[in-house]
Design a protein around this ligand. Structure first.
Ligand code: AMP
Length: 113
């Protein structure tokens, strides 16, 4: 936990978020600025700066399974969805606590911007 990290503060409940699901390794909550009808962030409970600094495969696996669970909860299984981890400057990462975006409820474009 770092006090300066907004996602750590969400994990610890000191700032509000709309929780969708959780497991031992992570929590999932709605993005405050949704880019699709369903836009959920999946983050580790521990402070990990980005995918580039992730080392725990069990933790990463649990986060991806949590993303799949969120997709089921959101009813996106049949229509499909996208999972994205913006990483570092060129990746467009703005919050430096590892997170997966789960986006669904509309058709996605490729390549991404
Ligand atoms: P990224 O640009 O990939 O680092 O994504 C950061 C995401 O966090 C953005 O989509 C923001 O809208 C979202 N975000 C920032 N602060 C909050 C918050 N307090 N609650 C929910 N989502 C947030």
């Amino acid at each position: 936990m770092t006090d300066a990290c907004i996602f750590c503060r969400i994990v610890h409940g000191t700032i509000p978020a709309t929780l969708v699901a959780s497991n031992a390794h992570g929590i999932a909550f709605r993005d405050v600025n949704p880019q699709a009808p369903s836009h959920v962030l999946i983050i580790p409970r521990r402070h990990v700066r980005s995918l580039a600094e992730a080392t725990d495969g069990a933790e990463l696996g649990a986060l991806l399974l949590l993303a799949a669970e969120v997709a089921r909860v959101e009813g996106l299984d049949a229509s499909g969805y996208r999972v994205v981890a913006n990483t570092g400057m060129d990746g467009g990462q703005t919050v430096h606590h590892l997170h997966f975006h789960l986006l669904g409820g509309r058709s996605m474009q490729w390549p991404p911007g």
